[in-house]
Write a protein that binds this ligand. Sequence first.
Ligand code: ADP
Ligand code: ZN
Ligand code: MG
Length: 390
Amino acid sequence: METVVGLEIHVELKTESKMFCACQTRFGMPPNSQCCPVCMGLPGALPTVNQKAVELGALAGIALHSQVQAQSRFDRKQYFYPDLPKGYQITQRMHPLCIGGFLSLPDSGKRIEIEEMHLEEDAGKITHRGASSYVDLNRCGLPLLEIVTKPMLSNGQEAYVFLNLLRDTLMMLGVTTGKMQEGALRVDVNVSVHEAGTPLGDRTEMKNLSSFKAVRAAIDHEAARQMKIIASGEKIVGETRRWDERGGYSVSMRKKEGEQDYRYFPEPDLPWLHLDPTGLEEMINRLPELPEAIQLRLIKIPGMAAEKAIQLSNAPALLACFDAAVKIAPDAKKILNWLLGDYRAIAKKNALLPDCPPFTPDQFAALMHRVVAENLPYKDARAELEAISK
Ligand code: ADP
Ligand code: ZN
Ligand code: MG
């Protein structure tokens, strides 16, 4: 049997103010110190769209090869919960900001396709302590980008690699802080199993996993659980399960709610969102080389392992050194040993930054040329590397 996984990722956008009001977004402030009538949904309060949030959402869309829509729109999703005083969440259901897209995994080159990406607002936070529950609405109305993948990941490890690439990409662009411990990136996983070539199986969902490692473990565990159930002749029930990270098991929380429960309708207080095509064009032109492209380019070099390509794609200064060196000393494996092995050891010893060497790419390349082309003995090369690492 095959495992099928789809991810829904909530990314907190890195803005100064909230999605629809001027409240601050700083993390860790005293409870309920960053709210106003708009994000608390008091009668008569009117939302206005945060332009920066839209720009960051569009930037993410471009980076993920998604079709950024010239026109999108907000809808109301109604539900009742104490962390949502408005009684509804403003989200994009019918006309999302971005449609389609993909990211390619470095090791296999497999394209993980994106269904859509939409803007929405976050809900507040509830903490249960003893017999009491505490409501903090500071998070209410924080800008989120929800990224929905197609059901095409095959196991926990693929999801793990995908999520790391996604986070690295979004962090490089300043779309999000990516800080999972602050809830800036939250992942829901959908898992099903089926016989290859047959329709997809019924899925279960696990929400708000707190780390990519937890995502990987939860997926593999859930797939094994489902396969066992099917092998025993029973059926999978569509439900939401909670992953217990300490115990390494999941428990059923509730049966899946139907779509109609939310009574979606167009948000009457917000007009259509129109994007300026020249603004998008400028964004595309300003884009740096992103981790996906770097990894795909590096992986083609003989002697380059996926894991090393990933490391370089997240360390621009090291990448510059590598790129300069491999041009005049075409031995990727040796260069990687010097850059990620010897230099980092020196950095550790002398309290230097492991990802930001003090030498220039040209200095490093010249040394590598002598190592590769002139067979400079290890001891001498090491001494020279130490000398330029000052
Ligand atoms: P819903 O509307 O109930 O949220 P969607 O069709 O929008 O369902 O899918 C939500 C997520 O679930 C997506 O990430 C999608 O890839 C994933 N998904 C859908 N069907 C399956 C399945 N059979 N197995 C695994 N994941 C699935
Ligand atoms: Zn507010
Ligand atoms: Mg959905």
